[in-house]
Each structure stands twice: as C-alpha cells, then as structure tokens.
Design a protein around this ligand. Structure first.
Ligand SMILES: [Zn+2]
Length: 253
C-alpha cells in the first residue's frame, strides 16, 4: 500500500461526529415520512403494484457506491427495474460449482426467464473504489480476497494492455476493462445464453463517467464506446478520448 493510495483513492474510512449522525437520522425520518405520505399513499402506485404484481422492464447491475444511484440516473419509478448492486460490479465467468456463479445465474434467471425482462444494463463507474483499491494495491484484508477473485484477471489484462499506466490512470483503464470483462462474463451464464439465442435480450454495458456526468456505452462488436442517450454532446469528445487513450489495443481508432 502506498501513501498516495491510502490518502486519495480506494475505500477510505470517513469520520462523522455525533451531531452529523443526529442530523442524518432526522433527514432520514423526514424523507421516509415524505415518501410514504406522498409517493406511497397519494398516488396509490404501490397498492397497484401489490395487487397486480411487479412487471419490471429492465434489470440493472451496478456498483454499491453511494454515488451510483442507478434508479435516479435512469429516471425510474417504483416497479420499473430489478437492481443488483455489489462492490465494483465485478462478475466472474460462469462456473456451475461456484456459489457466486450460482447466485448470479439465479438472479439472471429470475429476471430473464421468470419476469421476461428484455433489457439488461451492467453499469460500472469511474472513480470506483474497487478499481482504485486494485490499481493502488491497497491492503484491505476483508475486501481484497473478493476483489482479487473477481477482478484479479481484469487487473492483469489491463496492465498487460497498458504497461506504462500507474495510479489513477491505471484505475481509469481498469474501470473501462471492467465494463468489457463484465460483458464477456455475462455471456457465459446459461440464463443469458438462452435469452440471447432466443432473441429476447439486449445487453447494455455502460460506464458511468462521474466526472463528466454521462454514460459511455460499450459496443462489443467493434470495441468502441459511444455516448448513451446523448446526455450532452459537448462532453462526448472528452469521454471518447478517455475510452481510447487508456487502451493501447484501440490505438488504431
Ligand atoms: Zn464502485
């Protein structure tokens, strides 16, 4: 672990005093009252969803980072989406003997086979603590075993493709490689294989570019990233550069 990594990257411990905690709980109670008194009772949206059951339109995988507010960023309402968030949104290729694979395949099967969901979003993000912890080789003994297990090969691949990158630049390249490897891993799951072979699924591998406030969409057919949903064309050039300059395999584009 380097001094730089412990101060500026990865998962850092944050201190909060008691007054902050009290204010936070007041805010939490106020927000809870507002939600149940307005959104819940007045619109009766939840009662409708209880009576008719849930019919989500999409499934989202994302990092558990507090800034990665998937439902808010996509403008989703109650009942619109199934959401699974984990550290770094890292996925391993399917292995029928492995409990993490069995869990993920069950989640995918619930979405694709049972609920008939046709749109699957896998959303990684920039400035991800998981990527920074790996890139900075942070010593976090209760977190690293998982990150090494699901992200170790992606880190090795990123370093091999970008041998000169270090520190934050390596973390940014790793985040991009995580999008690609997550997509490849998803293709190995039986629930995804069946849905794709029956033409009932579209997968959107995305990178949430937190710095510029945009989504990059990865296109596996040509290895390119483009802006998702045309959020702001003025940042397109910057984030396109981000997607390409960090990967030497893309130097010809
Ligand atoms: Zn993250």
């Amino acid at each position: 672990m380097t001094d730089e990594s412990s101060k500026s990257a990865g998962f850092n411990k944050m201190g909060q005093d008691l007054e902050d905690d009290t204010n936070f709980m007041e805010e939490l109670h106020r927000g809870t009252r507002e939600f149940f008194e307005s959104s819940y009772k007045r619109t009766q949206q939840m009662q409708k969803l209880v009576a008719e059951g849930q019919h989500p339109k999409a499934m989202y995988f994302g990092c558990m980072d507090a800034r990665n507010v998937i439902e808010k960023m996509f403008g989703l309402e109650l009942g619109d989406a199934l959401v699974v968030r984990t550290i770094g949104n890292l996925k391993m290729p399917y292995n029928s003997e492995d409990s993490a694979s069995i869990k993920l395949n069950a989640e995918l099967s619930l979405a694709l086979d049972v609920k008939g969901i046709e749109y699957l979003f896998s959303v990684n993000h920039s400035h991800c603590g998981a990527a920074e912890t790996l890139a900075f080789d942070q010593d976090l003994p209760r977190i690293r075993p998982w990150l090494d297990l699901v992200g170790g090969k992606t880190l090795e691949k990123t370093k091999a493709l970008n041998p000169k990158l270090k520190g934050p630049a390596l973390a940014r390249a790793l985040e991009i490689q995580m999008v690609k490897d997550n997509y490849d891993a998803l293709l190995s799951y039986p629930a995804v294989k069946d849905a794709l072979s029956e033409s009932r699924l579209t997968i959107f591998p995305l990178l949430f570019d937190m710095e510029h406030g945009a989504f990059l969409e990865y296109h596996p057919e040509n290895g390119q990233f483009t802006q998702f949903a045309n959020i702001d064309s003025s940042v397109d050039t910057k984030i396109s550069c981000l997607a390409h300059e960090t990967s030497e395999s893309d130097h010809d584009h």
